[in-house]
Design a protein around this ligand. Structure first.
Ligand SMILES: NC(=O)c1ccc[n+]([C@@H]2O[C@H](COP(=O)([O-])OP(=O)(O)OC[C@H]3O[C@@H](n4cnc5c(N)ncnc54)[C@H](OP(=O)(O)O)[C@@H]3O)[C@@H](O)[C@H]2O)c1
Length: 297
């Protein structure tokens, strides 16, 4: 039986000894934190990177900061038109993709922020990636392609009791930053499992993951006092960025993960995940509503 637990502590461990020089890997959120570390580790093994960041300049900086080979693409995930443009840009490259890693994400502040009527974290963390990945899925290599979706254990610890609040995706009635962050990350994990089912006939592996609690990234920059102080103390016990990026780097390129799909991972091993990951009607409802929202623009 195939092992479902692997020994890789850092992103470099995850791809140690591999030759990725024939691979092209797209990464969102590549300008900082776990996305940048994933870009660094994969490009160091030879992969060409399609680097997505909020601005082209940020994507360019990310590539050049680690001497990576690749193409910078601007994609503001809060703006559906920017996401559509990024899809067109990537399609225009005329290249197949070996993997897509969605690492971009944000934690919202106390005040509700909406974009096009949708709560910002749901849009950036989940809905924009739903549009982006579905819009490029045909570019993935049949038989070997991979999709890696960065979720979080907030999908279990912080999401609403009912899973997804379909009747309040704007957040107008029930917004709290923690609950809506959890909801967006639960949506990511549900989407990954459903996409795995849909891409199985093409033998493309799709997995989601929790990177761990990681210090030194930009994620919690909006956290206000006293939580910012709590985080400072807690960060002593958190993973480094190199450790936090291990699982997503492993899933993007390590041959040992080949054929494992539809799973939720943590610490380079298949993990239990939310009970909602087994709720097929919920997954269908989320897919259908997301498709409608994306079509609306
Ligand atoms: N760090 C942790 O402890 C932890 C734990 C669980 C899950 N995660 C997940 O891990 C992923 C990476 O986070 P990180 O810790 O590496 O934080 P990070 O350093 O802030 O990286 C997130 C990236 O997402 C980008 N992003 C945010 N909003 C965007 C938008 N509207 N358009 C385009 N790009 C946007 C950010 O770019 P800008 O700088 O331009 O905003 C940033 O480069 C996230 O999905 C996060 O939810 C992290």
């Amino acid at each position: 039986m195939k092992s479902l637990a692997f020994n890789c502590k850092t992103a470099d461990d995850a791809v140690r000894g591999l030759d990725l020089s024939s691979q092209t890997i797209l990464i969102t959120g590549c300008a900082s934190g776990l996305g940048l570390e994933t870009l660094r580790a994969l490009s160091q093994r030879g992969a060409a990177i399609v680097a997505l960041a909020r601005t082209r300049a940020a994507a360019e900086r990310a590539l050049s900061s680690v001497g990576a080979r690749g193409v910078p693409v601007d994609c503001d995930l809060a703006e559906p038109t920017s996401v559509s443009r990024a899809i067109e840009t990537v399609r225009g490259l005329g290249t197949k993709l070996d993997a897509i890693v969605s690492s971009a994400g944000m934690v919202g502040g106390k005040r509700l922020v909406k974009t096009h009527g949708i709560e910002l974290q749901f849009q950036v963390n989940y809905l924009a990636h739903f549009a982006l990945i579905n819009g490029m899925a045909d570019l993935l290599q049949d038989g070997t392609g991979r999709v890696v979706i960065v979720s979080s254990d907030a999908a279990m610890k912080q999401a609403p009791k009912e899973g997804i609040r379909f009747d309040d995706l704007s957040g107008d009635r029930t917004y709290s930053p923690f609950t809506f962050y959890g909801q967006s990350k639960l949506a990511c994990a549900i989407y990954a499992k459903e996409l795995a089912r849909r891409l199985a006939p093409r033998e493309i592996d799709v997995n989601s993951l929790h990177p761990g609690a990681v210090r030194g990234t930009g994620l919690n920059r909006r956290l206000a006092f006293p939580l910012s102080l709590v985080l400072k103390v807690a960060s002593l016990f958190m993973k480094s960025v190199e450790e936090g990026a291990a699982t997503q780097t492993f899933l993007a390129a390590n041959p040992a993960a080949r054929g494992i799909t539809g799973q939720y991972w943590a610490d380079c091993r298949v993990s239990k995940g939310s009970a909602y990951l087994d709720d097929a009607p919920l997954a269908k409802r989320l897919w259908d509503i997301s498709s409608q929202l994306v079509a609306r623009g």
